[in-house]
Ligand binder design. Structure first.
Ligand code: NAD
Length: 348
């Protein structure tokens, strides 16, 4: 049994990763496309065997309601458009897989969750890291206290961005700069591996004056998240440096780290164990899986067996609440307590 997907938005992620991955899926299949560019859509449809009657524009999007082949709508649009297309998709009676960041504010996330609940459809945020074997293994080892208590996490996701006209540099479509786009990986992955929520954040932000890339959105955010057990996560994100995509969890008797942690492939899970004066490093060799196929097949599994996803809309809302506190802290120059986070137990 394969669940039928409509992919909305034919940009880089959809064309280069999601559509090729669908062909490798075991429980998911591509049945429809939604795009503002008929010419591009014709070519893509021919390549993937999507019939002309299953090609929709943003204007005819709501007619997906009448297409029984489509069970899931996968939203791969700029962040500022997620809310509208998630809500319209839910009203069409379809389950929704929504790219990260979920939206551009926590208020939008709440509306999206309410709309999906009201329509009785599932909502999952596409946090591919949480379905990837290296991160899951690291999380398991942290939870089992393989190297004792985790005490400190260093996480960094940085890359260089060059086109000031791209939607990622427009506040209304992106919601922010480096933080919601790539810093989010540090934030979400730390919460995932610890299986805990921060109680407080303290942040510093910076944008080079006069740089057109950062007229509307920020260049750098460096922030700390404090957890109830005293653990501190030190996180950095930057849109204007050569890349860094890694994190390390430092425990009493060793550490665990993932190289290329947030990249599409090439992950390596390393551990180091303190043994007297020696340090024993090990590559915990795990087989890679296509992250996008894994995530889509997981959501299809939830649809087939009527389960709540592990990263439901509430997971996206939680991140937006924390990002809002991070911006507040950077603006006010003081730590901000996280008092309005959802209690644990919302994950499927
Ligand atoms: P992109 O710019 O390459 O593609 C965006 C698509 O949206 C384009 O086809 C564009 O034509 C279309 N679009 C429709 N209305 C638009 C409008 N008003 N303005 C601009 N574009 C419009 O972007 P992308 O990199 O494919 O990102 C799409 C989404 O996927 C974003 O939410 C992004 O954060 C997310 N993303 C996730 C990952 C991941 O690893 N999970 C990686 C990259 C991007």
């Amino acid at each position: 049994q394969r669940v039928g997907y409509a992919v909305v938005g034919l940009g880089h992620l959809a064309l280069e990763n999601i559509l090729p991955a669908i062909t490798a899926c075991k429980k998911s299949k591509l049945v429809a496309l939604v795009s503002g560019s008929p010419e591009k859509m014709r070519k893509v449809a021919a390549q993937y065997g999507v019939t002309p009657q299953n090609c929709y524009s943003y204007q005819t999007y709501d007619q997906l309601k009448n297409n029984k082949e489509v069970e899931v709508i996968y939203i791969v649009l700029p962040n500022g458009l997620h809310k509208e297309y998630v809500i319209r998709g839910a009203k069409a009676g379809k389950h929704i897989l929504c790219e990260k960041p979920m939206a551009i504010s926590s208020a939008e996330c709440k509306e999206m969750i309410a709309a999906c609940n009201q329509a009785g459809v599932k909502l999952m945020v596409a946090y591919r890291i949480q379905y990837q074997p290296h991160h899951r293994k690291l999380r398991e080892m942290v939870q089992q206290k393989t190297f004792g208590e985790p005490k400190l996490i260093e996480a960094s996701n940085c890359q260089s961005s060059t086109n000031p006209e791209h939607w990622r540099h427009k506040k209304a479509l992106a919601g922010g700069g480096a933080l919601p786009d790539i810093g989010l990986y540090c934030l979400n992955t730390v919460r995932f591996v610890l299986n805990a929520e921060p109680t407080e954040v303290f942040a510093y932000g910076y944008s080079t004056p006069g740089n057109p890339l950062f007229r509307e959105v920020e260049e750098l955010v460096s922030w700390q998240m404090k957890f109830a057990n005293g653990l501190i996560a030190n996180c950095t994100t930057n849109y204007n440096v050569h890349e860094s995509r890694r994190y390390r969890v430092l425990c009493e008797k060793g550490w665990l780290s993932v190289d290329k942690a947030f990249a599409y492939k090439g992950q390596k899970l390393m551990s180091a164990k303190a043994d007297g004066k020696l340090e024993l490093q090990q590559d915990i060799g795990l087989t890679e899986k296509d992250q996008f196929a894994t995530e889509m097949d997981y959501f299809s599994h939830c649809v087939i067996y009527n389960k709540k996803p592990f990263t439901p809309g509430e997971e996206g809302l939680q991140d937006h609440l924390i990002m809002e506190a991070i911006y507040k802290s950077a603006e006010e120059g003081r730590p901000v307590k996280l008092t309005s986070l959802l209690p644990a137990g919302y994950k499927g």
